[in-house]
Design a protein around this ligand. Structure first.
Ligand SMILES: [Zn+2]
Length: 117
């Protein structure tokens, strides 16, 4: 099924669609619970194998009729919602770069998130 309801304004339609997806998944960061603005949340790919694309771009492709909404939903199901801070921290830690003085990644994560939020 092609979703064509937003084709007259694909950019606005993509934003509305992405916000709806984020709301449907709880509308908050799965790491720290932040939920002040769903539009700021990132969709982090839990598994990047055979990644179709970034969710904002895929939302626009759906509104243009380039891909089916089912493909977007399948890709979104492979993601989790993270606030920008937790998303950056996740990739930072993933790359193995964390400062000395912390005994674990969890300790580092908790310290940084508590300072930001
Ligand atoms: Zn967070």
């Amino acid at each position: 099924m092609k979703l064509r309801v937003f084709r007259s304004d694909t950019k606005v339609g993509a934003v509305v669609l992405r916000r709806a997806l984020l709301h449907s998944s709880g509308g908050c960061c799965v790491s720290c619970g932040w939920s002040e603005d769903v539009g700021i949340l990132h969709s982090h790919h839990i598994c990047r194998d055979e990644k179709l694309g970034e969710i904002p771009a895929l939302c626009e492709y759906v509104t243009r009729g380039v891909i089916d909404v089912e493909a977007l939903l399948a890709e979104f199901a492979r993601c989790e919602s993270l606030c920008p801070t937790c998303h950056r921290l996740h990739h930072w830690v993933e790359q193995g770069s964390h400062p000395a003085g912390f005994s674990s990644v969890d300790e580092l994560f908790t310290k940084i998130v508590s300072r930001v939020h």
